[in-house]
Design a protein around this ligand. Structure first.
Ligand SMILES: Nc1nc2c(ncn2[C@@H]2O[C@H](COP(=O)(O)OP(=O)(O)OP(=O)(O)O)[C@@H](O)[C@H]2O)c(=O)[nH]1
Ligand SMILES: [Mg+2]
Length: 325
């Protein structure tokens, strides 16, 4: 096993760190798991990144960006809030989608609080209604906090109608309009969440921000670069495997990764004319890897075809997709 696989990601130097974290928490300290539940693209991963002040979850304008469960751990003097970022709930069209929804649904019984995230700039969709139904079935005994995200895009004329429509979907203990990207009302939302958490100790060291390994984050950041440079079916048809992750020196890490596509024609698209698109993807992935890892990165990328990998259980398992995340 490569040493880096054992490294959990810590808060970034320079990231804002509230004072008082060194002290042992008092008897009134609260802690627990907050599941982020919502349809795709409402901003669940953006919210986790905003709270942690660094990118631990990839974000893109394409629906179904998050495919695995991951934790975002926010440690404050008064509480440790463990956000569980999850794939968006949707009506799946292939086996990978089924696994993603299974991952999200299975996380609900273990959560202390359900944070129902929605996009308030548009009225509720069928998928939002599916999520509300799921919350009623699975989480009747736990507090639901409703986050009405993307309030920066909400037209003044729609404020009342959209807010009321989302509030009517669930029996929420609290609700608030927020903007994950602009940072509006995030402290207010956090205060609601903390108030519903049970009393308890810190479960993770105060400087740990996620449970994921650097190697997994590296694969995700390459996938994010592909998502930002491709369209239609291609972003959904790719997955990334990091083949090699080697710290060559204190300041330089070598990463070799394969981008898998489903069809030969998609391979051509990802590579682009004379390799132009793959070069662009590589440059943007390297930049975000360097920022995340805090060192220089030498990135090598390959593109390979794995026919129908999203439909086949054996392929999915080999590529790291299991229902538990
Ligand atoms: N304007 C605006 N855009 C936002 C906000 N929050 C997220 N976005 C954008 O919405 C898109 C989807 O964000 P994600 O954080 O990937 O959404 P998600 O809910 O994690 O999506 P899945 O992983 O697919 O379930 C991205 O383009 C974000 O930049 C917000 O508050 N305002
Ligand atoms: Mg996400």
């Amino acid at each position: 096993m490569i040493a880096s696989e054992d490294v959990s990601i810590e808060s970034k130097e320079g990231a804002e760190e509230p004072s008082g974290l060194a002290a042992e928490p008092g008897l009134d300290h609260r802690s627990g798991y907050v599941a982020l539940v919502g349809r795709p693209s409402v901003g669940k991963s953006s919210l986790v990144n905003a709270y942690l002040g660094q990118k631990i979850a990839i974000v893109s304008p394409r629906a179904q960006t998050t495919r695995n469960q991951l934790l975002g751990i926010l440690t404050r003097p008064e509480a440790q809030v463990i956000f569980v970022d999850l794939p968006g709930i949707h009506r799946p069209k292939h086996r990978l989608g089924e696994l993603m929804v299974e991952t999200a649904v299975r996380a609900l019984p273990d959560a202390d609080i359900l944070l129902f995230m929605t996009d308030v700039s548009v009225p509720p969709t069928l998928e939002d209604r599916d999520v509300a139904k799921l919350l009623k079935e699975q989480a009747a005994d736990r507090p639901v906090v409703l986050a009405l995200n993307k309030s920066d895009l909400l037209k003044p004329a729609d404020v009342v109608a959209h807010t009321d429509a989302y509030r009517a979907l669930v029996d929420a203990a609290d609700w608030v309009l927020v903007s994950a990207t602009r940072g509006d009302n995030l402290e207010k939302l956090l205060a609601f969440v903390v108030a519903h958490l049970p009393l308890g100790p810190r479960y993770y060291p105060p400087d740990q921000v996620t449970d994921q390994q650097e190697r997994f984050l590296a694969a995700e950041l390459v996938r994010e670069a592909v998502l930002h440079h491709t369209y239609q079916e291609v972003p959904h048809s790719i997955t990334v495997v990091v083949e090699e992750f080697k710290e060559r020196s204190e300041t330089m890490t070598y990463i070799g990764a394969t981008i898998y596509v489903e069809r030969e024609s998609q391979k051509g698209i990802v590579i682009g004319q004379g390799g132009a698109l793959l070069k662009k993807i590589g440059t943007s992935a390297r930049q975000s890897l360097e920022q995340a890892l805090g060192c220089r990165v030498y990135l090598e990328l390959w593109v390979k075809t794995r026919p129908h990998w999203r439909q086949r259980d054996e392929e999915l398992r080999r590529l790291g997709y299991t229902p538990s995340g």
